[in-house]
Design a protein around this ligand. Structure first.
Ligand SMILES: [Cu+2]
Length: 127
């Protein structure tokens, strides 16, 4: 029995080590906005417009964006993109809605000073 318990602990520790540290949702220091074109999302190519600002509205340039678009149901291949914000704190990111239905877009932002924030957006994509 002690040996089994030790094995279980090792597995628990290994899983904990693998998990990425949770990035805070809606960090007030990193205001993340998402818009997209076409403005009425439908299946096909699209463009995401991500804007990142400080709480006082100052744009954050050269922030790294890790973007993941996925659907509410299981089994989809997520649409992953990386981008960097410009001097206006904006990035235009070529994207694609690969299926109609309920989507979410998660944007993890890493500012140049290392601060992180996460934005989470839900939308419906027409077929
Ligand atoms: Cu789907």
């Amino acid at each position: 029995m002690p040996r089994l318990r030790r094995l279980v602990w090792l597995i628990v520790l290994a899983l904990a080590a693998c998990r990425q540290p949770e990035v805070p949702l809606n960090n007030p220091n990193l205001q993340i906005d998402l818009a997209y074109e076409p403005r009425e999302a439908r299946v096909g190519p699209a463009e995401l417009l991500v804007t990142v600002r400080r709480a006082d509205g100052t744009p954050i340039a050269e922030a790294v964006l890790d973007i993941r678009g996925d659907m509410a149901h299981a089994g989809m291949v997520p649409v992953l993109r990386q981008a960097l914000t410009d001097g206006q704190g904006q990035a235009r990111v070529p994207f694609e809605w690969t299926m109609g239905g309920s989507w979410f877009v998660e944007v993890i932002v890493t500012a140049p000073d290392g601060e992180k924030g996460r934005g989470f957006f839900e939308l419906n994509v027409a077929s």
